[in-house]
Design a protein around this ligand. Structure first.
Ligand SMILES: [Zn+2]
Length: 265
């Protein structure tokens, strides 16, 4: 749809008729938004309805403030009640401090009939992991029992039995960093420390060790003249075809296989 020149002309003519001429334009006068009077704005309008509106707004603000104060007081009362209840139940806060050079996994259970009935006393619940030299605050009861194992052991437990929440000590045969009965626990810091633990070798290292040992033994067979034996010769030919991936002297050391380094001694 296009405007015809005739229509455009009409519109233009109307505009001109309604618009005041430049000479007649006056400065815009600010008027109060409530009473339309000049000389003040709606925030300080002296009209009765504006005064009443401001009074109501102040009353509402005051009401809200009072309610806020009441809420704060209620929260404080509840916190105090909870603290008292905790004290009566023998609940207190302690800090777990992991002094080991490895991450530990923290489990707990409650030594009470309800826990035993529902889950059994061999079942612990996962709480959290604490990094090497890390600390963590925890609330305990006198009947809380804490069970701590290395994080790597937790991961292999999960791989083996699944489920990252519940932990069955009867199935577990890895290293136990410690079992702590809070009932007999005096201080507010639990020092987690266990020197005997040596983290298991990564699977890749285990395979390297296995492969390097096997290759070494096959090489010994060759050295002992297996290639000259008609029955063993075809097998020894195939041994030649085994490619040994890149590895270091340290790898051989770890595998317990004689290397250049050990040959020197
Ligand atoms: Zn006004």
């Amino acid at each position: 749809m296009t405007d015809t020149p005739a229509e455009l002309n009409v519109t233009r003519a109307d505009d001109i008729a309604l618009r005041p001429s430049d000479g007649a334009r006056t400065r815009r006068v600010r008027r109060c938004g409530i009473c339309r009077q000049v000389g003040h704005d709606r925030r300080c309008c002296p009209s009765p309805e504006a005064v009443e509106e401001r009074r109501q707004r102040r009353a509402l603000q005051e009401q809200r403030h009072q309610r806020y104060l009441q809420d704060q007081a209620e929260i404080a009362r509840q916190q105090e009640a909870e603290r008292q209840r905790d004290q009566e139940n023998g609940c207190r806060s302690i800090r777990l401090q992991n002094h080991n050079n490895y991450t530990v996994a923290v489990y707990y259970r409650m030594d009470r009939p309800g826990w035993e009935r529902r889950r059994g006393n061999n079942i612990y619940k996962s709480f959290r992991s604490i990094d090497s030299n890390g600390t963590y605050g925890i609330k305990v009861y006198s009947n809380t029992i804490i069970y701590i194992i290395p994080e790597v052991e937790r991961l292999s437990y999960i791989r083996r039995y699944g489920g990252s929440v519940w932990f069955n000590v009867d199935l577990y045969n890895g290293h136990v960093v410690g079992e702590y009965v809070m009932d007999t626990f005096e201080t507010n810091t639990l020092d987690i420390i266990s020197h005997e633990y040596e983290a298991p070798k990564p699977v890749l290292d285990q395979w390297k060790e296995c492969a390097l040992k096997s290759i070494y033994l096959l090489q010994q067979l060759e050295r002992l003249g297996a290639t000259n034996n008609d029955n063993l010769e075809p097998i020894m030919d195939m041994v030649q075809d085994i490619t040994i991936p890149e590895h270091t002297y340290q790898d051989k050391e770890i595998a317990g296989v004689p290397s250049v380094m050990t040959n020197l001694t």
